[in-house]
Design a binder for this molecule. Structure first.
Ligand code: GLU
Length: 452
C-alpha cells in the first residue's frame, strides 16, 4: 500500500522508521494520511509549514511509575502514561485507559484519534490520552482506590481544568474517576472540573454516562435516514458490554430495533427476543459480573464461549453492527461474514475497532460505515458540556444535555458527509471525518505559528 502523495508518504516513512514498534499508532496515522491526500494537494501551506510533521509528534509524553500495595501487602508496580498530543484548539482532553494491554503505542493511537474526534465535536478541546497497564479485573475496591490515588499522585502536576482534562475509557468509570478526583483535590486543595465523568454529587453532568452509546445511535440514525432507512425493526449486534455497549443497547431499542447479541472477552450472548437493557446494566454496573450470567435472568437466551478475541459474535446475522469493545476487534474475515449475512450499516462505538481490511470490505460492498472519530464522539462531546457546566458552576437537566448531544451528533454527520463530498469522495465518512476534524486543527496550528 502507498499513500498517493509524496509529502505525506515521506512524513509517514520517517514516522514508521522512528516508531517501528508502535503498530497501532502507525495504523491510525496511515488512515488519516490516506484521507488527507486531496487536502494537502489543494493547500500547499500545509507542507510549507510542516503541519504534518508536527501533528504526528505529541507535544508532550509523560511516562511514570505507579506503585501501590495490594491487599496481601505486596508491592505492585505499573506503568502510567499521559500523552498531551495537540493543544491547538483547546486544553488536552481524553480518557484514561486501565487495561493490561496498554502500552505507548495504544495510548499514542488513542491520543492521535482524539485530536480529530474532539475537533469534530465543534467544542474547544485538544487531544490527549492516558492510562496504565494496571488490570482492574478481580481487584478489590481498596486496591482500585490505592492504585488510583498513586496514579494521581504523579498525574496531578501535569493536568488542570485549563491544561488537560482526563476522563474515563476502558477500565475507568465513575468509581475510578471518584478516587482520582479525591486525590487531586487533596493534593492541589482545589475543587475544579479537572476530570470529567464525575459523579453527579461532585460536579458531574447528567447524561454523561449514557452519552457515548446514545451518540453512536444518533450518528447511525443520521446515516440510515440519509439512505432512506431507520432503526425500526432492525436486528442489531453490539460487541462489548461496557459503558458504550450498554447505552447503545438502550438507545437502539428505544429507536425500535432489537439488540440480538452482546459480548465480553469470554464469549457472547444471543437473545432473539432482544437483550434486556436493565439486566445488562444490573450485571455490569452493579454486580460487575461476566456477561454469561445474563442466562440466570433470561434462560431462553444462549451463550457461546469465544475467547479468540471475541470475533464469533460477527457470525450472528444482523442488519446493523455496532462494534463497541476495543481496537481491531473486527477484521476482514469478520466484515465479510457480516456482509454475507446482509448487514446494511456499521458504526464504531469503540476506538478503531475495524481493521483497514474490514473498512475496505464495508466500503466495497456498499455498507454504510460510521468511523469511530465521528460515531463515538458523543462521549467526549458531553465531557465538553460537563466542562462548560463546571465553569459556569451550574448543572443542566438531562434533556438539555441529551438534546445538545443529539444536535452535536447531527452536525458531525453533516460536516463529515459534506467534507467527503467537497473532496470528491461522497459517502466515504472515514475520509470526511478525517478531513473535517483535521481542517480546524490545521487552521489553528497555522494561525498560531511554529511554536513546537
Ligand atoms: N474515552 C472517551 C473517548 O474515547 C471519552 C473521553 C473524554 O470524555 O474525555 O473519546
Amino acid at each position: 500500500m502507498a499513500i498517493n502523495n509524496q509529502y505525506l508518504q515521506s512524513v509517514y516513512n520517517g514516522l514508521a522508521a522512528r516508531n517501528a514498534h508502535e503498530p497501532e499508532f502507525l495504523q491510525a496515522v496511515y488512515e488519516v494520511f490516506e484521507s488527507l491526500v486531496p487536502v494537502v494537494e489543494k493547500r500547499p501551506e500545509i507542507e510549507k509549514n510542516g503541519v504534518m510533521e508536527r501533528i504526528v509528534e505529541p507535544e508532550r509524553i509523560v511516562n511514570f511509575r505507579v506503585s501501590w500495595v495490594d491487599d496481601a501487602g505486596k508491592v505492585q508496580v505499573n506503568r502510567g502514561w499521559r500523552i498531551q498530543f495537540n493543544s491547538a484548539i483547546g486544553p488536552y482532553k481524553g480518557g484514561l485507559r486501565l487495561h493490561p494491554s496498554v502500552n505507548q503505542s495504544i495510548i499514542k493511537f488513542l491520543g492521535f484519534e482524539q485530536i480529530f474526534k474532539n475537533s469534530l465535536t465543534g467544542l474547544p478541546m485538544g487531544g490527549g490520552k492516558g492510562g496504565s497497564d494496571f488490570d482492574p479485573k478481580g481487584k478489590s475496591d481498596n486496591e482500585i482506590m490505592r492504585f488510583c490515588q498513586s496514579f494521581m499522585t504523579e498525574l496531578y502536576r501535569h493536568i488542570g481544568p485549563d491544561t488537560d482534562v482526563p476522563a474515563g475509557d476502558i477500565g475507568t468509570g465513575a468509581r475510578e474517576i471518584g478516587y482520582m478526583f479525591g486525590q487531586y483535590k487533596r493534593l492541589r486543595n482545589e475543587f475544579t472540573g479537572v476530570l470529567t465523568g464525575k459523579s453527579l454529587v461532585s460536579g458531574g453532568s447528567l447524561a454523561r454516562t449514557e452519552a457515548t452509546g446514545y451518540g453512536v445511535c444518533y450518528f447511525m440514525d443520521e446515516m440510515l435516514k440519509a439512505a432512506g432507512k431507520s432503526f425500526e425493526g432492525k436486528a442489531v449486534v453490539i460487541s462489548g458490554s461496557g459503558n458504550v455497549a450498554i447505552y447503545a443497547n438502550q438507545k437502539a431499542t428505544q429507536l425500535g430495533a432489537k439488540v440480538v447479541a452482546m459480548s465480553d472477552s469470554n464469549g457472547f450472548i444471543y437473545d432473539p427476543a432482544g437483550i434486556d437493557f436493565k439486566v445488562i446494566k444490573e450485571i455490569k454496573e452493579v454486580k460487575r459480573a461476566r456477561i454469561k450470567t445474563y442466562l440466570d435472568y433470561v434462560p431462553t437466551a444462549s451463550y457461546t464461549e469465544d475467547k479468540d478475541g471475541s470475533k464469533g459474535i460477527w457470525g450472528v446475522k444482523c442488519d446493523i453492527a455496532l462494534p463497541c469493545a476495543t481496537q481491531n476487534e473486527l477484521d476482514g474475515a469478520s466484515a465479510q461474514k457480516l456482509v454475507d449475512n446482509g448487514v446494511i450499516a456499521v458504526a464504531e462505538g469503540a476506538n478503531m475497532p475495524s481493521t483497514p481490511e474490514a473498512v475496505e470490505t464495508f466500503h466495497k460492498n456498499g455498507v454504510l460505515f460510521g468511523p469511530a472519530k465521528a460515531a463515538n464522539a458523543g462521549g467526549v462531546a458531553t465531557s465538553g458540556l460537563e466542562m462548560s457546566q463546571n465553569s459556569a458552576r451550574l448543572s443542566w437537566s438531562f434533556d438539555q444535555v441529551d438534546e445538545t448531544l443529539h444536535g452535536i451528533m447531527k452536525n458531525i454527520y453533516a460536516n463529515a458527509a459534506a467534507a467527503a463530498k467537497e473532496y470528491g469522495m461522497e459517502g466515504n465518512l472515514v475520509a470526511g471525518a478525517n478531513i473535517a476534524g483535521f481542517t480546524k486543527v490545521c487552521d489553528a496550528m497555522l494561525w498560531q505559528g511554529v511554536a513546537y
